[in-house]
Ligand binder design. Sequence first.
Ligand SMILES: [Zn+2]
Length: 334
Amino acid sequence: MAPPPANRWARFALALEEAAPGQPLCVSLCNTRHWRNSAAPREVLTGYDKVVDWAVATAICTPAEGEQLAGEATAHPHVAAAEWRRTLALREAIAAVLAAHARHRAVPADAQAEVDTAFREAMAHLALRVANRRLVPSVPDGREGLEAPRWQAALSAVALLVSPALARVRECADDRGCGWLFVDTTRNGSRRFCFGNECANRARQARYRARHRRGAPDHRPPRPDAVDEPPCGDREHRGQQREQRHQQADQRRRGVARQRVERHGDTPAGEQHVVARAEENQRGQRPRGQAPRGDRGAHRAVPGDREPSRFTMPAARDGARAGCPCARPAARVA
Ligand SMILES: [Zn+2]
C-alpha cells in the first residue's frame, strides 16, 4: 500500500468502521443508492427525513438530536428540501470520486468541485471548543443545523481521500450493477464483492451453473487413471475394470503417503499405516460399501468381499480377452 502524499494539511483521522465494518461514513452515504450501476437504481434517501434516519443510524447525531433536526425540517420544508438535494449531489460526487479511484481512472472535475465546496463549507463553520478539558472541533453555537450530516460526510470523504485506505477502496464486482463501494480490509486485498454475501453468493452460483450447464464440458480434467466403461457392456469385463480401479486407488494412496514423507518429514509409521490399510482393503476386510479415505466416490465394490459372479469366466481374469473388442490388459501393480 502506497503511503499518502506528503501534505501537512492532511491531518485527519479516518474511522474505517464508523458506519459498518469496512464502511467509513462517506462510503455508507454512497451506498444509500442501491444498484447504482444498473438501469433501475433504488433510492433510499427519498427526502430529508430519510437523511435524518441515516444520520441517526450512523451515529452522526443522537436520536434526540435527530428529532430536533426532523422538527426543524418540518418547520422549514423548503430549506430542508434544498439541503436534501445538496446532500444527494455531494453523495453522487463522493461516489464518482471513489469509483474513479477504484477503477484507476481520472477523478471527474465536477465531482471534485462538489466535494471541495462541501469540505470548505464545513471547515468554515467549525471552531475549536473545550469539551471535557479537550479541544475538539464543533459548530460555534453548539447547535447543529440541517447541514450537519452533509458536512460530516464531506469531512469523512476528505479523510478517506488522504488516508492509505484509499488504495483499498473497491467497487462491488457484481455484474448486475450493484455499484456499492467498500474499503477492502482483508489481509491480502482480494475482496471483490460488497457486504452481506448476496453478490458473492450469486456469483458463486452463476459459476456453478455455468460449469454444469447441459452439454458444457466438465471444468475438471479427467483423472489420469480413469477407466472407461466397456462399450460391450459385458458384466464380467466391468468387474475386471472395477478391480483394476481398486488396485490403482491403492497405488495412488501409497504414492500420496510417500510424498507426504518426502515433503513434510512424516513418520514412516504413518506411511506404514496407510499401506497396511490399503492391503487390508485389498483383502476385503473393510466393511462392505465403505470406501477407503481419500478415494471415496471412486468405487463402491470391495474385491474379495463378494461371491464370484455366475458370469465370471476364470480364464478372462488374467489379461485381455480375445472375444471382446474393447478389452485391455490389466494394469500391473507395483
Ligand atoms: Zn454488491
